[in-house]
Write a protein that binds this ligand. Structure first.
Ligand code: PEP
Ligand code: MN
Length: 337
């Protein structure tokens, strides 16, 4: 339910109303919009007499949130969620530019790429230390050693860090080194993992599952937010279709659709979305034109020897050129990098 409080309701009354709702077994979430306190009361709440709640002092109205993803919906919070990470305000007029290798492979590779993407205009460095690989015989990532390298290379270049966490047992460790926890496409419906990152005080980047509908994706975000972590960034990374020329089909429809349904920032991963180096820039430009709040792009200085996803990684010069183009597109949209 969405409980709107009367303007000017005291903080004591807000606390009191929240406590009374909790006594019904509801979980209470607050957002302030246009000088008004909005309470999202979610959970079973079978025994609540909502007509009675409507009569409580300070309560203006109580209405059902008309969608299944409650807290991440615009019905609950009409204004954009803006997530501050390092020099980046994700979800604001500023576009978030995240870039780096698919995997952290070693010191020289990580530092070379960090310097290159920082120079080109990225504010967040990506790099996997725990890699979900289709084959058990492929490179699985450097683990904590990789996280340490990523942190050092990012710090040396004034970048924030985003890195994937694959397992509930890795959450505390990854959170120690990364500024943003990435939930990979294959884990979008790993509900134990979603619950775990819902308890962490760090932003979470939730990638869309390979065959997930927009509603399922938003429901996964709801799992995280309902646990108390409202800092969720959605990432469209392509879905699996009948098409075989491209690795995935980047669903740009999802951007305006999700922006209407949800207040969460939406960024796009054109690298996994198309999976072919010389098609990545076109899809990145299209994503920004379609209203994405940022990009996450794989960049490698020696992609022929990359331990994962070399074929879709941009050379640093290509990335730099892309950022220049994004800057121009951003201007048309009243945004900036
Ligand atoms: C990645 O970002 O390298 C990755 C494995 O992405 P996804 O989970 O979208 O496949
Ligand atoms: Mn990758």
């Amino acid at each position: 339910m969405l409980v709107l409080l009367k303007r000017g309701t005291s903080e004591t009354a807000v606390t009191d109303i929240s406590a009374r709702l909790r006594m019904f077994g509801l979980s209470v979430h607050r957002t302030d919009h246009g000088g008004q306190v909005r309470i999202g009361a979610v959970g079973e709440g079978g025994g609540v007499d909502w007509d009675q709640v409507r009569g409580w002092p300070g309560v203006e109205s109580a209405e059902k949130i008309p969608v299944s993803f409650k807290l991440v919906s615009r019905a609950f919070q009409p204004h954009e969620t803006v997530i501050s990470v390092g020099r980046c305000a994700i979800g604001s007029r500023q576009l978030a530019i995240m870039a780096g290798p698919c995997s952290v492979e070693g010191e020289e590779q990580t530092f070379t790429i960090a310097a290159a993407v920082a120079r080109a205009g990225a504010t967040v460095m990506r790099g996997g230390a725990y890699k979900p690989r289709t084959s058990p015989y492929s490179f699985q990532g450097l683990g904590e050693e990789g996280l340490k390298l990523l942190r050092r290379a990012a710090d040396a270049n004034g970048l924030a860090v985003v890195s994937e966490v694959m397992d509930t047992q890795q959450v505390a460790l990854v959170a120690r080194y990364a500024d943003i926890l990435q939930i990979g496409a294959r884990n979008m419906q790993n509900f134990s993992l979603l619950k775990e990152v819902g308890h962490v005080d760090k932003p979470v980047m939730l990638k869309r599952g390979q065959s997930a509908t927009i509603e399922e994706w938003l429901m996964s975000a709801e799992h995280i937010v309902s646990q108390g972590n409202s800092q969720v960034i959605l990432c469209e990374r392509g879905i699996r279709t009948f098409e075989t020329y491209t690795r995935n089909t980047l669903d740009l429809n999802a951007i305006p659709v999700v922006k209407e349904l949800s207040h969460l920032p939406v960024i796009v991963d054109p690298s996994h979305g198309v999976g072919i180096r010389n098609k990545v820039a076109a899809m990145a430009r299209a994503a920004v034109a379609a209203g994405a709040d940022g990009l996450i792009v794989e960049v490698h200085h020696d992609p022929d020897h990359a331990l994962s996803d070399g074929a879709q990684s941009l050379y640093p010069e290509q990335f730099e050129q892309l950022v220049g183009q994004i800057r121009t597109i951003a201007e048309v949209l009243g945004r900036r990098i």
